[in-house]
Design a protein around this ligand. Structure first.
Ligand code: NAD
Ligand code: MG
Length: 415
């Protein structure tokens, strides 16, 4: 379709959950470039008043949500100071109930789910239950609540469009053939900043080194998860839910250039790959415009330049969290919910300098061994398992931090 024809399409309205984060800002940039396609109905974020204020002034949503009443009070003050006339202010709201309202409001055509953590689960689930179109970036939705959410997708017929680049790549490749002739999904991983670091040297890597991702600029949690390959493990789990494959049919391959995002193998051995610049605005725009494609504000690959791309198998020994993700998905029930909750706590402890890098996997593994596996039936069950897993992981991280501190004490000199 010609770009001009887009103006003939009815403008759709968008709720953006997690507007001030990395995915949120990229989503608004896509909207900025496609002003004829979407108007922003609601923006929701955690605590960043300055960032959401600028977004409100530019995009004029009808509703703005922050995590706390204190945040909303600060936002009201900032709106007053900004000089934006009161009739142009959005309705201001806070907390989980407000997130659900903005995601399910009748006026909303599409929800972008880009809050980090289980805080994004319930609103996304309710949007899916209502049959809204959902662009999914948040990992925790499927890692913690995969069965529940996919059952709701089946029941409501909601379109769940993956924004994570690998799943978006699979989604694109699957359009080329019959789903039942696909034998394998192959997700690529950059390998993170420690791709070539020895197992021994991983004990002394710092949070600053782990936050220095070679190819992507993302939020802190996902950046550390990329360094441990936990992120890729979560993506294996998400791929199983999104596309209905067994873990044994989802392979991971290390591809440091992050340009091939995913591949699928058909039964005749033919492999299709999805290739695009390392830029999240591409998958975000794909989700916003699907099934159409429009010009995107994304660099194109310059084939006049010489290039080579590497592919190598992952090292499960140095990056045990990837293996653990496969095992949790095989185990089913609440294992993946516990995996995610424990990892979030362990990542926080690592970022605070309390545990070493390999301690992240140690805390997660120990939490899984202490938490009983059960089948969550509601979002409430998932949030409860998440909470229990966090508190178990906190205790385990504290034990490990204590052991580290004791080991670091200088041995008293003999007198
Ligand atoms: P980020 O940390 O940059 O942003 C997170 C957003 O969530 C912020 O707007 C924050 O204010 C908001 N938020 C946090 N707690 C909230 C709460 N209680 N209520 C409302 N809002 C809250 O994270 P990100 O990198 O943008 O990632 C967002 C999600 O997308 C994560 O689940 C991540 O794993 C996934 N993802 C990100 C990328 C990427 O390139 N950044 C790629 C694939 C998937
Ligand atoms: Mg990814």
């Amino acid at each position: 379709m010609m770009a001009a024809a887009a103006h003939l399409l009815e403008m759709k309205s968008l709720t953006l959950l997690g507007s001030t984060g990395s995915i949120g800002a990229n989503t608004l940039d896509v909207v900025r470039h496609n002003g004829h396609l979407y108007r922003v109905y609601a923006l929701a974020a955690g605590h960043n008043v300055d960032a959401i204020l600028q977004q409100i002034i530019e995009f004029r949503p009808e509703v703005a949500v922050l995590a706390t009443s204190g945040g909303i009070a600060r936002l009201a003050a900032a709106l007053s100071d900004s000089g934006l006339p009161r009739p142009n202010w959005p309705e201001l709201a806070f907390g989980p109930a407000a997130l659900i309202e903005t995601a399910t409001a009748p006026a909303v055509d599409m929800v972008i789910s880009a809050i980090v953590g289980v805080a994004g689960l319930e609103a996304t689930y309710e949007a899916v239950r209502l049959g809204k179109r959902v662009g999914l970036a948040n990992k925790e939705v499927l890692v913690s609540g995969g069965r529940l959410v996919m059952d709701a997708v089946k029941e409501s017929g909601a379109e769940l469009l993956p924004i994570d680049s690998e799943h978006n790549g699979v989604h694109q490749c699957l359009r080329a053939g019959n789903r039942d002739q696909v034998t394998k999904l192959i997700l690529t991983a950059s390998g993170g900043p420690f791709r070539n670091t020895s197992k021994h040297a991983l004990h002394s890597v710092t949070p600053a080194q782990a936050l220095n991702h070679p190819t992507w600029r993302m939020g802190q949690r996902i950046t550390i998860d990329s360094a441990t390959l936990m992120n890729k493990g979560f993506e294996v789990i998400e791929a199983c839910w999104l596309f209905g494959f067994a873990p044994s049919q989802v392979d991971v391959v290390i591809h440091p250039q992050s340009t091939v995002h995913a591949m699928i193998e058909y039964s005749d051995g033919s492999v299709l790959a999805q290739i695009s610049a390392t830029d999240m605005r591409m998958p975000i725009q794909y989700a916003l415009t699907w099934p159409e494609r429009w010009q995107a504000p994304v660099p194109k690959i310059d084939w006049s330049q010489a290039r080579h791309w590497d592919f190598a198998p992952p090292d499960f020994d140095r990056f045990p969290l990837l293996k653990l993700a496969y095992q949790c998905q095989e185990a089913g029930g609440s294992a993946t919910c516990t995996l995610n909750a424990a990892d979030e706590i362990a990542v926080e402890a690592f970022l605070k300098g309390e545990i070493p890098f390999p301690g992240i996997a140690a805390v997660v593994e120990e939490t899984l061994s202490r938490m009983p596996n059960r089948q969550p039936r509601t979002v409430g069950d998932i949030l409860e398992i998440d909470k229990e897993s966090r508190s178990a992981a906190c205790a385990i991280a504290r034990e490990l931090a204590g052991q580290q501190a004791a080991a670091a004490q200088p041995v008293p000199a003999r007198v």
